[in-house]
Design a protein. Structure first.
Length: 447
């Protein structure tokens, strides 16, 4: 049986904040409980940020894949292999959440989902760290590339489920006008902690073979284990009647049809989804930034830890600004400003890689810090469109819409091999700028 399409009459046509009333669970109306949950979720975000710095998608993961593919001497370059990184990234964060949305909605306590999926995120990196430490140079060739991509894909399956659970949990516990504080607190504290830990743990780190990545990935797994423990301190009341809604038969086709129902019934969501689809095209070229720098300056001359630190400092500073704007003026303006900055990334990469000093690339990675902040603002923007019981469905549908452009990730990598970075980078910049322009036609739910 297909669920009734999410109600949009009250959320889409009437009181914009009535869909996120602070008394839906009783917890947000209780200031001590709200403060405790805000602090706990911020601490969880900080710990996750510290663990993430050792596996950044724009620096560390492309560098490892480039190390694994270099001995293969693939004809025409390996840009098409790098294209699998954003494809697996987005596929894992879109399709599994779509299939899990109803199950999550029916769970009385959402924190257990966040706990389990955080452990699921730790597992692939723990295994990868063991393999790299044990095999080092023997972890090479096509089987190593395939194994790495498999673990990478499994990690993002867990990540997609985790983000859906976290978004639903924070929407349940934190009212809309305070979610920007969570972005700011987690962002700035997380960046300070991540950069401090990274410099203490990886000072002078250089890539000298696959085994060089074992220690960073072990740190990633350890940080995620700590994160999973923190979420257990969230104070959450069970959703009334949630456990009684899980009796209907699961159907993949049904999940897809319900996602289509969201798109068909809510015109405001369609406009946000269009903005999101253009926004994520920026990620199609993220793995190619570090590869371009390695081609220009050589792998041994790149201060990877500086790039990682710059990205995290950027994320921290941008989270404060974007969180303040989102709470004061709404998430639409916050997303608009993020997209304006992200549109400058591809042309900036073309300019900075031509400079003789490779440390100049740190400015590019500083701007890349806008990316995680943009995702959070986009999700919070969507949460304000509808009632809490529809949050899992709306967020999972948004992620599915954001996955569509990544079908072109591998062809984009092959196109870079064929015609070079410049035309592809500039084309992506135009698409992201178009998404920024579309925000003027998208809704602001608080009005």
């Amino acid at each position: 049986m297909i669920a009734t399409p999410p109600s949009t009459t009250s959320a889409a046509e009437g009181s914009p904040l009535s869909s996120d009333r602070s008394d839906d669970t009783g917890l947000p109306a209780d200031p001590p409980a709200e403060r405790r949950n805000l602090a706990t979720l911020a601490a969880y975000t900080v710990a996750l940020r510290v663990s993430w710095i050792f596996k950044t998608e724009s620096v560390v993961m492309p560098a490892l894949l480039d190390t694994l593919t270099a001995p293969l001497a693939m004809a025409g370059g390996a840009g098409w292999v790098q294209g699998f990184l954003p494809l697996l990234n987005r596929a894992g964060q879109s399709v599994p959440p779509l299939l899990y949305a109803d199950s999550l909605r029916d769970r009385p306590l959402k924190r257990w989902s966040v706990w389990a999926t955080t452990l699921g995120m730790a597992a692939p990196f723990a295994l990868l760290a063991v393999l790299l430490a044990a095999l080092d140079e023997r972890f090479a060739g096509a089987p190593a590339v395939a194994g790495f991509l498999l673990l990478y894909g499994l990690f993002f399956v867990a990540t997609g489920l985790n983000q859906l659970g976290f978004s639903t949990l924070q929407a349940k516990l934190i009212p809309p006008h305070r979610r920007g504080r969570l972005i700011a607190a987690g962002g700035v504290l997380g960046s300070i902690a991540a950069v401090t830990v990274a410099y203490g743990f990886l000072a002078g780190w250089r890539v000298e073979g696959p085994g060089s990545f074992a220690a960073p990935f072990a740190a990633t797994a350890a940080g995620m284990l700590i994160s999973s423990t923190l979420v257990l301190f969230v104070r959450e009341a069970p959703d009334d009647g949630a456990g009684n809604r899980g009796s209907r038969r699961f159907s993949v086709r049904g999940q897809v049809r319900e996602a289509a129902a969201v798109l068909r019934s809510d015109g405001r969501f369609r406009r946000i989804a269009a903005v999101a689809g253009l926004f994520v095209t920026a990620q199609l070229v993220f793995p190619h930034y570090i590869v371009l720098a390695r081609e220009r300056h050589g792998a041994g001359n790149l201060p990877l830890i500086l790039f990682v630190a710059a990205q995290n400092v950027g994320a921290g500073l941008f989270s404060v600004a974007v969180g303040w704007i989102a709470d004061r003026f709404g998430n639409r303006l916050a997303v608009r400003m993020c997209l304006a900055g992200l549109a400058t990334l591809p042309p900036s990469a073309l300019i900075l890689t031509q400079l003789s000093d490779p440390t100049a690339m740190a400015a590019l990675f500083f701007l890349l810090g806008l990316t995680p902040v943009s995702f959070k603002a986009m999700t919070n923007w969507t949460l304000e469109l509808t009632a809490p019981e529809n949050h899992p469905r709306y967020v999972s549908t948004l992620k599915l819409c954001m996955a569509a452009p990544f079908l072109f990730a591998v062809p984009v990598g092959a196109l870079i091999d064929l015609i070079g970075h410049r035309p592809v980078f500039l084309g992506v910049a135009i698409l992201v700028a178009a998404g920024c322009g579309l925000t003027w036609r998208a809704p602001e739910p608080r009005r």
